[in-house]
Design a protein around this ligand. Structure first.
Ligand code: ADP
Ligand code: MG
Length: 350
């Protein structure tokens, strides 16, 4: 089911939690809403579900305007961070819940429900646990039961709000891979909310980066990591360094000194230069233009070294982290000269 969010604004007490948000979700895709806490992810998910009404804008399911449909009419499945399984019900009864509460005419016969529950348990790889109660399951198993319960109603869209957020790191990683495989098998249109960039990048077909009630960028994991289109996306996803620079005759200058890289056509006269710690080379020739700084500290990672560099004039010093070879001479207090190999310059307002 294609879902189309059109120019949504959502206010809570006049405060806009979402401001002019538009998004086309394609049938069968797994899309991640990624952003810091408070950026509006949950609000957007609840609007798609029909748990909230937009202040402005509309939501379409396929060709149909679903804005005024109820949660039930939209046929969406949910999973939240805190597994809201019914504690007094068995796994089987939890999964069957959405079917058993249907009005008489639409309720499948008991034998049919039992068969569906068996199928769903198999799908989430929990066959044999139907008689257990939630407190007899691990956290990861409970989240898979929650997923099976959401799937039981054959949802048109599956909405997952930080479903693995309460689990420990190892289980989260396992469930992340499992969910990706599960999605590839079942092909449900899925919207997955997370504030964890690693989770979003690994899991999603497309990532929607949100900040302060707005969508900053929509793209593949490669797009948002390699081609961030705003300072926010550049610094939110992955490690980054940034410096204020100016542009003169096509060259990029830091504190009036050329640093050995040229600007792209269309770059403004001044802005903020962003680059990733791993995208630098050391410059050996003392005459060659480069960024020059003093090593504050450095630390070894597995196959490389990270150096904290103080760069720029006293009183206007900046701090950047760069990745250097393990055998580089980088004693604390020594001078390092380097140049970004990949970078992006964002104009003045950055
Ligand atoms: P996220 O899921 O990205 O952390 P939310 O969508 O939960 O963000 O919240 C976005 C903003 O809307 C926050 O500032 C939050 O405080 C506000 N907000 C969310 N729900 C409500 C509500 N029911 N009443 C008032 N403010 C709300
Ligand atoms: Mg949230």
């Amino acid at each position: 089911m294609d879902v189309s969010v059109k120019n949504i604004r959502k206010e809570f007490d006049r405060y806009p939690a979402l401001n002019d948000v538009s998004l086309d979700i394609r049938s069968g895709e797994l899309i991640a809403l990624l952003g810091p806490s408070g950026s509006g992810k949950t609000t957007l998910l609840r609007l798609i579900a029909g748990l909230e009404q937009p202040t402005l804008g509309s939501i379409h399911f396929g060709a149909e305007d679903a804005s005024h449909k109820t949660v039930q009419e939209r046929h969406v499945g949910f999973v939240f961070q805190h597994y809201a399984l019914f504690r007094h019900m068995t796994v089987a009864d939890n999964i069957a819940f959405g079917l058993t509460v249907r009005p008489r005419g639409e309720r499948p016969p008991k034998a049919e429900i039992r068969r569906r529950v068996g199928e769903l348990l198999e799908m989430v790889q929990l066959s044999g646990l139907e008689k257990r109660y939630p407190n007899q399951l691990s956290g990861g198993q409970r989240q898979r039961v929650a997923l099976a319960r959401a799937m039981a109603i054959e949802p048109k869209v599956l909405l997952l709000d930080e479903p693995f957020g309460a689990l420990d790191a190892k289980v989260r990683k396992e469930l992340r891979r499992w969910l990706r495989e599960f999605h590839d098998r079942t092909g449900h249109t899925t919207v997955f909310v997370t504030h964890d960039q690693e989770e979003a990048l690994e899991l999603a077909d497309r990532v929607v980066v949100m900040s302060q009630g707005k969508i900053e960028q929509v793209g593949s994991s490669d797009d948002v990591y390699d081609r961030p289109n705003s300072p926010f996306v550049f610094s939110f996803i992955g490690d980054s360094a940034s410096l204020p620079v100016t542009v003169a005759e096509g060259g990029i200058l830091f504190q009036e000194t050329p640093i050995g890289i040229t600007s792209a056509a269309g770059d403004t006269a001044a802005g903020t230069l962003f680059f990733r710690p791993q995208d630098v080379v050391l410059v050996a020739d003392p005459q060659a233009p480069a960024l020059e700084g003093r090593v504050a500290t450095s630390r070894r990672l597995a196959g490389t070294r990270i150096a904290d560099i103080d760069i720029g004039r006293a009183g206007a010093a900046h701090h950047v982290e760069i990745e250097i070879p393990l055998d580089a001479q980088a004693a604390n207090g020594s001078t390092l000269r380097f140049r970004p190999t990949r970078w992006k310059l964002f104009g003045e307002q950055a």
